[in-house]
Each structure stands twice: as C-alpha cells, then as structure tokens.
Ligand binder design. Structure first.
Ligand code: ACO
Length: 311
C-alpha cells in the first residue's frame, strides 16, 4: 500500500463515490468490512431463532403468517449479507465456521429469551426499530455492495417494525389486563438490551474512528442510539407503557436522555456469557449438521453438471 494509493482511495470516498468489489482498497478497509458484514449476516441468521420459536404458538392465523414471512425475510437478509461479504474475498465456509465454533460475534440482542408472545411484538418494534436506525445510516456507506443490500433490507425491516408496533399498541391500549401486563413485561425486559445493541458508548468503541474515516459508518454508536430513543420513547409512552428507566427525561433540545447503561452486562453477553448464547450456538450447529445432506446433494449435482458440460 503506497501513500498515493491511499490518498486516491480517500479522495474517492470524500467525493462520495462508492467503492466496488474489484477496486483497490486498503487491507484494513477490507478487513473491517468483512468483520462487520459477516457479524451482521450472522445476526440475521441467529435472529431467526428467538422468533422462530413462536411460530407454532402464534395466537391466530393472521399473526402466524406475518411471523413466518418475517422469519423468512431474516434468512434472505443473511443471504444478501453473506454474498456482500464474499465480494471482499472471504468464503461462506470461513464465515460459517467462525459462527459455528463461537469465534464470530453476532448481535447481543439475540442472546435474550422470548418468554411470551408479546416479546414477538416488542422485538419488531424495538429491535427492528434500532436495526433500522443503524441500517439506514449504513445504506449510505462507502462500500457499494453493502450499501445496496441495506436499501433492500431496510424496506423489509420497516414492515417488521410496523407489525411489531401495531401489535404492542393493540395489546397495551385495547388489550385485556393480562395483555397489557404482558406488553409491559416485554418492554421491561427488551428496553435495555435494545438500547445496548447499537454498540458500546463512543468512548469504548475502538472501531468507530477508522470506520468513520472511511465512510463505512456515518454516525457514531451514541448518535444512532440517541435517534433510536428520540423516536421510540415518546411512542412507547403514548401507548401507555412505562419505560424502565427512572432517569429518562427530555432535555431543552428535545433529546430524550437515558440513565446509566449496564455495560458490564453488555460485554458479558458479547463474550458469550448471556442467557441464551450457548443455546443459540447449539441450535445453529444442530441445523448445520442436519443440513449436511443438502450440501452434499448440491455438490454432487454441481459435479455432475460440470462433468456433463466437459463431455
Ligand atoms: N452485539 C455484539 N457485539 C457488538 C455489539 C452488539 N450489539 N456492538 C458492538 N459489538 C462488538 C463489535 O463487533 C466490536 O467487536 P470486534 O472488534 O471484536 O468485532 C466491539 O463490540 C467494539 O464495538 P465497536 O468498536 O463499537 O464496533 P463497531 O464500530 O463495529 O460498531 C455496530 C458496532 C454498530 C454493531 C457495527 O458493527 C454495525 O453497524 N454493524 C452492522 C449492523 C449489525 O450488525 N446489526 C446487527 C443487528 S441487526 C439485526 O440483525 C436485526
């Protein structure tokens, strides 16, 4: 890497050009993108587990169909993202191996259990709401394949967000006393993990400076977190729910200021010590093993097609 190459690369980013897969890029840019995009892909795939667990227990056909569609969408998001990472020179096998052996990270949020049906609504509202804030920013990122994947993903996430909000608002406003209680209990358990999932505070975010310098992130973790809270706090309150943060208040600029975040819990979860880390990995490994015959069949089919083409 010469200083001239780096300067030309940074000039392209400053001019708002997208970097494409065959273009010259610094090795650290490539590595950062592979890290982020593969973690993001893993999050989509592991994220199917807490919700998939409720498909058989959806309260009616309408909600069941929505949930099935949503879980399928997450599988599709994982696919786009693995493809986007592959454009940078990594392979699907390497990425999956890192996930299945526990070396790779995936979002902290998916290491919490879904205890009641209201959790499904709350995940749509809060978790997809937080993901959209982060991903709308990433849709403007400097790497073309990632930014284009984000545009499509965000439009699907918007549907996920709306269905979650509609469900929780229905339970919280017009529900039976049990449904109201269930919605509040879900908020009590999901609020802080959703606030945390946008990443550590800026002072403890070692990757942010380099990611911002190269236009991969356009905002810091705390900036995105503030946007998320500003949108969601008033809407949750309007639904008649209580946000489990006694310090939450609005400042003179209109920002909703949160109380202290339990970062110890967050770092414990991303180290693998969350409530569901072990179960999630076991489940992914089981599915992978059970799918071995599909991969073998695909390989056999490909080998035969190649042999026939060569004849
Ligand atoms: N869960 C797990 N690990 C996390 C989380 C989280 N919520 N937030 C940060 N981390 C990890 C980072 O990956 C990094 O670890 P690493 O260097 O070993 O990879 C470490 O904590 C320090 O954090 P940062 O320096 O702040 O990391 P970064 O600048 O990459 O910011 C963020 C983290 C905001 C998650 C960024 O990587 C990102 O935007 N990723 C793409 C979006 C994404 O992955 N979303 C997943 C959830 S969306 C969904 O699936 C519905």
């Amino acid at each position: 890497e010469t200083p001239e190459q780096l300067a030309a690369f940074e000039a392209r980013i400053a001019a708002g050009e997208k970097i494409e897969s065959g273009d010259w890029m610094p090795e650290a840019y490539r590595k950062q993108l592979i890290r982020m995009i593969s973690q993001h892909a893993h999050s989509e795939v592991v994220g199917m587990l807490p919700e998939g667990a409720w498909i058989t227990r959806a309260p009616n056909l309408h909600r069941k169909m929505i949930l099935i569609a949503k879980v399928q969408d997450e599988a599709g998001h994982g696919q786009y993202l693995y493809h986007a990472a592959e454009t940078l020179g990594t392979t699907r096998e390497e990425m999956l191996d890192a996930l299945l052996t526990g070396k790779a990270k995936y979002s902290s949020i998916f290491n919490y259990p879904t205890l009641t049906w209201a959790d499904i609504g709350m995940i749509g509202w809060l978790v997809d709401g937080a993901a959209i804030k982060n991903q709308t920013m990433l849709a403007g990122c400097s790497y073309g394949p990632y930014s284009r994947a984000m545009v499509r993903i965000c439009s699907e996430e918007t549907f996920h967000h709306k269905q979650g909000k509609e469900m929780v608002v229905a339970y919280a406003r017009e529900g039976t006393p049990e449904q109201k209680k269930m919605a509040q209990d879900a908020l009590n358990r999901w609020w802080w993990p959703a606030v945390q999932m946008l990443g550590p505070s800026d002072k403890d975010s070692p990757n942010t400076p380099q990611l911002m310098r190269w236009g991969i992130k356009l905002k810091t973790n705390d900036e995105v977190r503030q946007e998320f809270i500003n949108e969601h706090a008033p809407e949750l309150l309007e639904a008649g729910l209580t946000i489990p943060d006694p310090d939450l208040h609005q400042d003179e600029q209109g920002n909703w200021i949160h109380g202290p975040i339990n970062w110890e819990e967050f770092f414990e979860v991303i180290k693998g010590g969350g409530q569901m880390n072990r179960a999630r990995l076991e489940s992914r490994n089981r599915s992978h093993d059970e799918g071995a015959w599909v991969r073998e069949a695909l390989n056999a089919y490909e080998a035969r097609r190649h042999a026939q083409a060569a004849d």
